[in-house]
Design a protein around this ligand. Structure first.
Ligand code: M7M
Length: 183
């Protein structure tokens, strides 16, 4: 028999078609709840580093849509990791796989229930990887999750990553919303 995961997860794909509105470009690929089905899917789809610019992958718990407006995301936020252009070759795919394994492996332990999913944005200006949590007012959960993510991706201590509330990101004017937390 297959090895069951603690949660059921859904992989979403976003392809930037400027003639359509944002939500129309977001498609559910499939969901899975066993280790074997995760690997079958992971080995089947294109690597993030090979996607055209403007595309995203999202992996979210089944029932949560990878958008701010979802009831389970609206009060939350994201740990955001900005990659430089060289990192598309050196780190992007490893970081994304490591993040996927943290999600399906419930690596955030007692705070795994705060984790809703993760997004990788493939962009010419620099790729981004983010981990979305459900409540931006839970510093203990958010800080533990951020530290664990940073450790798992082996991001150097001196490189700071920030957590932004989705309400700030939605209404931001500049490039990135303000950090509520930093590790
Ligand atoms: C329901 N709804 C419309 C809606 N709901 C959403 O949840 C949501 C959006 N819209 N997003 C739209 O994409 C633009 C690029 O964001 P980006 O994160 O791809 O980053 P870049 O600017 O392409 O680097 C955002 O500015 C926003 O327009 C992004 N987003 C998450």
């Amino acid at each position: 028999i297959k090895h069951p995961l603690q949660n059921k997860w859904a992989l979403w794909f976003f392809k930037n078609d400027r003639t359509k509105e944002w939500t129309a470009n977001l498609k559910l690929v499939t969901s899975f709840d066993t280790v074997e089905d995760f690997w079958a899917l992971y080995n089947h789809v294109q690597k993030a580093s090979k996607l055209p610019s403007g595309c995203d992958y999202s992996l979210f718990k089944d029932g949560i849509q990878p958008m701010w407006e979802d009831a389970q995301n609206k009060d939350g936020g994201r740990w955001l990791i900005n990659l430089n252009k060289q990192q598309r070759h050196s780190d992007l795919d490893n970081f994304w796989l490591e993040t996927l394994l943290c999600l399906i492996g419930e690596s955030f332990e007692e705070f795994s229930d705060d984790v809703n999913g993760a997004v990788v944005n493939v962009r010419n200006k620099g790729d981004k990887l983010s981990l979305w949590t459900r409540d931006a007012t839970r510093p203990d959960a958010i800080m533990k999750i951020g530290k664990k993510l940073k450790d798992s991706l082996k991001i150097p201590i001196k490189i700071a990553i920030g957590f932004q509330a989705h309400t700030d990101t939605m209404t931001k004017t500049g490039s990135t919303a303000r950090d509520r937390f930093r590790v």
